[in-house]
Design a protein around this ligand. Structure first.
Ligand SMILES: NC(=O)c1ccc[n+]([C@@H]2O[C@H](COP(=O)([O-])OP(=O)(O)OC[C@H]3O[C@@H](n4cnc5c(N)ncnc54)[C@H](O)[C@@H]3O)[C@@H](O)[C@H]2O)c1
Length: 256
């Protein structure tokens, strides 16, 4: 455990990754599986989640999938109950799934705002509540990692009012839950990705993405594995005394 590899090992740990079927989530799922975890891919896209889990099993990794619609409380409660019943209590929960569509601020509707918040913030709250209850009951601690966005540190383009609002809510949830869960040995940390060319980012609808986030970043565009490395650190034994912290993995945007 005290070797460098041991400090980043998730051997014999169960990890649940929302939105694990695509993009950054897939990168996290692959990193966790490589670190020895049994990974549950929780996604609304049942086909993609099942295919990724199958591909990982073909590589000798341990992976399963569960269908969840984070915008629907009943679906979240049922999916978490399924995971707990079939696989036991996760050691790590990664709230990664998120919508990224943009709306010009003056045209942004209440429905746009609610749709974004229902998945990006409310869904993460419901997932954390359900899984943290089980972690507390199991009494072995645990890890929650929330995927926010470097948009909260100025890496922004036009059209992100609802998106940034939802990520701000997730940031607040992270701090409040870190405080209340610390006495149970559960840490809550956040990773703030910069731009990553994922299906979700490429296919996001809305006005042209004009703004500071489009300027070149010193270290180049991030890949899903770059984000995954920071998430793995927070989920690993190396980070057992770290909570309520945020790491931006943004290619150096903040110094450009
Ligand atoms: N790609 C970027 O540039 C970037 C930058 C900063 C932050 N992020 C954040 O990273 C996270 C992952 O983004 P990505 O770019 O990999 O996106 P992506 O769209 O490629 O993947 C998101 C996954 O979430 C799933 N999902 C969507 N709605 C869901 C729902 N209601 N219930 C369950 N699953 C649902 C999708 O099916 C998909 O598999 C998001 O939270 C996003 O806001 C991305």
């Amino acid at each position: 455990m005290n070797t460098a590899a041991g400090l980043l090992s998730l051997e014999n740990k169960l990890a649940l990754v929302t939105g694990g079927a695509s993009g950054i989530g897939e990168g996290i799922v692959r990193a966790f599986a490589d670190a020895g975890a049994q990974v549950i891919i929780a996604d609304v896209n049942a086909v993609a989640a099942g295919e990724l889990a199958g591909a990982l099993r073909d590589e000798g990794k341990r992976a399963e999938s569960v269908v969840v619609d984070l915008a629907n409380e009943s679906s979240v409660v049922a999916a978490c109950a399924q995971v707990l019943g079939e696989h036991g209590t996760p050691w790590a929960l990664v709230n990664n799934a998120g919508l990224q569509d943009r709306q010009a601020f003056l045209e942004c509707s209440a429905d746009d705002w609610d749709r974004m918040h229902n998945v990006n913030a409310r869904g993460a709250f419901l997932m954390t509540r359900e899984i943290a209850r089980a972690m507390v009951a199991a009494g072995e601690g645990g890890r929650v990692v929330n995927i926010i966005s470097a948009a909260l540190r100025g890496s922004i383009v036009k059209g992100l009012a609802a998106y940034a609002g939802s990520k701000g809510a997730l940031q607040g949830l992270s701090q409040a839950s870190a405080f209340e869960l610390a006495e149970h040995g559960i840490t809550v940390n956040t990773v703030l990705p910069g731009g990553v060319a994922t299906p979700g980012a490429i296919n996001a609808t809305g006005p042209a993405p004009e703004g500071p986030a489009t300027r070149p970043v010193p270290l180049g565009l991030c890949e899903p594995r770059d984000i995954a490395a920071a998430v793995l650190f927070f989920a690993s034994p190396a980070a057992s005394r770290i909570t309520n912290q945020a790491v931006a993995v943004d290619g150096g945007f903040s110094i450009s």
